[in-house]
Design a protein around this ligand. Structure first.
Ligand code: PLP
Length: 404
């Protein structure tokens, strides 16, 4: 992997922040975009812009072909069986809400149970919690242990004949843990329970094969994988899409409408009411081309080197606590410096051009687990370097000096 060549594709990385070259280590929140992705958005508005699947004129045809070819790219990127199993949404959050809405209306009744884990992002907690409240159902939580790994025996014990769905994150955005989702899905399927996997922190870092995982639902966001904001994906097995009723109603998702009745289009269109974020979706296609050109395996190896180096370097600092030491970790490290507020550390690092995130990372239950208010989080992408980790270290030393 030629990192310098990759870096030169990302115009934002050439910037100085507060007089220092930017070190961007907040990739779990959102990744930066390569010029190829930015160009695809400009190209769409300068030479293609038209609505999709509506008019038959040249531009509309062209936009529709690009739109559907992006669906195919996503299908092959995550190894779905059929393109019809790929639904465009506005992001992971909407994808989860779509499934939650459908389960609430069709598959969950009073006294039923839904299982999630203690390390979920709020997006994979609140929708399930709210539907449980509305249906008088129960939300059950798989705990994690001192290594930041899910306790599989506890998971097995939580499953009952009332369990209707299990929703789990592939990679924890707060701890970096890569969960053994294939094994967990297998355990759930032995009891015929469907599983939704939140892949928001996985697809850009490791190879994903939804058929091999055998998950029922898989969700992710474009902006965390080098595409524009406001676009995401819901993958669902065909058998679910056939059963599920639409989530939103309007144009583009119907076969025929009268004042008395409406017949719906087949999936995926049944779930894509209204005009989609077309330029965002095309940018996702470009981002996938970009990822494929480099190769997800190479990206994974590079990021593994970064996280190993990062963990080694951080452990040289006195008074630094790293939360979670899982056996399998993505390029995410959460930590705190003794007697220094995570927000103060983030602000000082920012003045040195190093962008990290501080706070609860939309995973408040993880913070409650450790009885802390928040952490400093660094998260890597394919364009990060060990030299940038050295800059982080120098920054953290400065933070400590300033607090002595
Ligand atoms: N799930 C996980 C694991 C995440 O890390 C995030 C975002 O940080 C989300 C869900 C929500 O993603 P979005 O805000 O793109 O919908």
């Amino acid at each position: 992997m030629d990192i310098q060549k990759i870096r030169s594709d990302f115009p934002i990385l050439q910037q100085k922040i507060h007089g220092h070259p930017l070190v961007y280590l907040d990739n779990s929140a959102t990744t930066q975009k390569p010029q190829q992705v930015i160009d695809s958005i400009i190209r769409f508005y300068t030479s293609v812009n038209a609505n999709v699947h509506r008019s038959g004129h040249f531009l509309s045809e062209r936009a529709s072909v690009s739109f559907e070819s992006t669906r195919q790219k996503i299908q092959s990127f995550i190894h779905a069986k059929q393109t019809e199993e790929i639904i465009f949404t506005s992001g992971t959050t909407e994808s989860i809400n779509l499934v939650a809405h459908s389960f609430k209306n069709q598959f969950i009744k009073s006294d039923d149970e839904i299982i999630i884990s203690e390390m979920e992002h709020h997006s994979n907690i609140v929708p399930w919690q709210q539907i449980c409240k509305q249906k008088n159902a129960r939300l059950k939580i798989i705990p994690f242990d001192e290594h930041g790994e899910l306790i599989i025996d506890a998971f097995k014990e939580l499953i009952t004949e009332k369990t209707k769905l299990i929703a789990l994150t592939f990679v924890s955005n707060a701890l970096g843990t890569i969960n053994p989702v294939k094994e967990l899905i297998h355990i759930a399927h032995e009891k015929n329970i469907p599983v939704l996997i939140d892949g928001a922190q996985a697809v850009q870092h490791l190879p994903v094969d939804v058929q091999d995982l055998d998950c029922d639902f898989f969700v992710f966001s474009g902006h965390k994988m080098y595409a524009g904001t406001g676009v995401g994906v819901l993958y669902a097995k065909q058998k679910w899409l056939e059963k599920m009723r639409p989530y939103t109603y309007g144009g583009g998702m119907v076969k025929s409408v009268s004042f008395e009745n409406t017949t719906f289009a087949n999936h995926p269109f049944k779930f894509e009411a209204g005009t989609s974020n077309i330029s965002g979706i095309l940018s996702l296609g470009k981002a996938i081309d970009y990822l494929n050109n480099i190769g997800i395996n190479k990206i994974q190896q590079h990021e593994q080197r970064l996280v190993t180096y990062g963990l080694d370097q951080l452990s040289t600092l006195d008074g630094l606590t790293i939360y979670a030491k899982p056996k399998k970790r993505c390029g995410i490290i959460s930590f705190n410096l003794e007697d220094i507020h995570h927000y103060d550390a983030m602000m000082i690092l920012d003045k040195l051009g190093v962008a990290v995130r501080s706070g609860k990372h939309c995973a408040e239950p993880v913070m409650n687990h450790y009885n802390i208010k928040g952490t400093i989080r660094v998260s890597f992408a394919m364009y990060n370097t060990t030299e940038e980790i050295d800059r982080l270290l120098v920054g953290l030393q400065k933070v400590q000096e300033m607090h002595r």
